[in-house]
Design a protein around this ligand. Sequence first.
Ligand SMILES: C[S@@+](CC[C@H](N)C(=O)[O-])C[C@H]1O[C@@H](n2cnc3c(N)ncnc32)[C@H](O)[C@@H]1O
Length: 280
Amino acid sequence: MTGFKILKSALASWVPPAIMRPGSRLWRRMNGLGWYNLYGCWPSFTDVPVTPSNADRDPWAESIGPGWWAAVKAAPAAPAIDSGQTILPLLASQFAGPFTVCDFGGGAAVGLANMIRYGRVDLTRLSYVLVETPAMSRAVRAELEAQSGRAFDDIPASLPGPLIVHASSSLQYMRDYPATLARLAQLEPRYIILAQTPLTEAPTFACQILNTPRRVMATWVFNRYELIDRLRALGFEQIFAADHNIPLTHGKAKGKTVIGSIVFAPARAGVGLSPNFAPS
Ligand SMILES: C[S@@+](CC[C@H](N)C(=O)[O-])C[C@H]1O[C@@H](n2cnc3c(N)ncnc32)[C@H](O)[C@@H]1O
């Protein structure tokens, strides 16, 4: 998989977009995925036509096989292709004493894998907490506990600090994302990383995501300033933002969507970036 990602990234830098984009659409179609990454625009999550599914079914959990952790550990420390993956390892590397990472919607411990791959993290000081769907927690819990991690089906009421909350490519799948943000903020983290999240300058809208094999799901595309304002109301300010060069195609889009990452820290009076700070 890592080799494939490296090849894809290399192709993206050599092959002109006019050839690369139709080529990657064709590849997605051949693999049972959608022609576009995203499709349409709806005002709310529940309006989006999706593939009916049992609440306990998680398409990501269904892709986790036995031995997933061994595969993660065997993966070479390749250069990070996607800079959104490196924010957690960078921030985690600064803690000299015990600290906690809450990886919200972290899949098969992707945040932990990235800290191992890209960071200088002392794992003996790290308390890694994965918050996932019940299906994903079930799929990874035994192996994760063997690595001294823990898996929860819901956001715990409190966690020991200093704490980093990491939500990479997961907040957009939460129907009630304001409630999720409020619960994550209640943990009083040192940082909240919203990594690899679909962002737009248009008002927040919902759409279909066609990247999950044989299943159409709903996703939010967030107005970036709305997220910043929501976090500000919860006592956090933006300290870093980057848009990533991830190729994205959106059929019947309202405006441009980018995949970006925003990092928040507790607000300090009179300190911080301009409220209008955004990546250029
Ligand atoms: C696109 S994957 C991202 C995985 C990982 N964070 C990454 O960066 O690769 C989205 C993840 O969100 C998780 N997820 C969906 N609904 C969730 C919920 N209600 N609570 C926690 N996690 C959820 C899914 O199980 C899935 O692992």
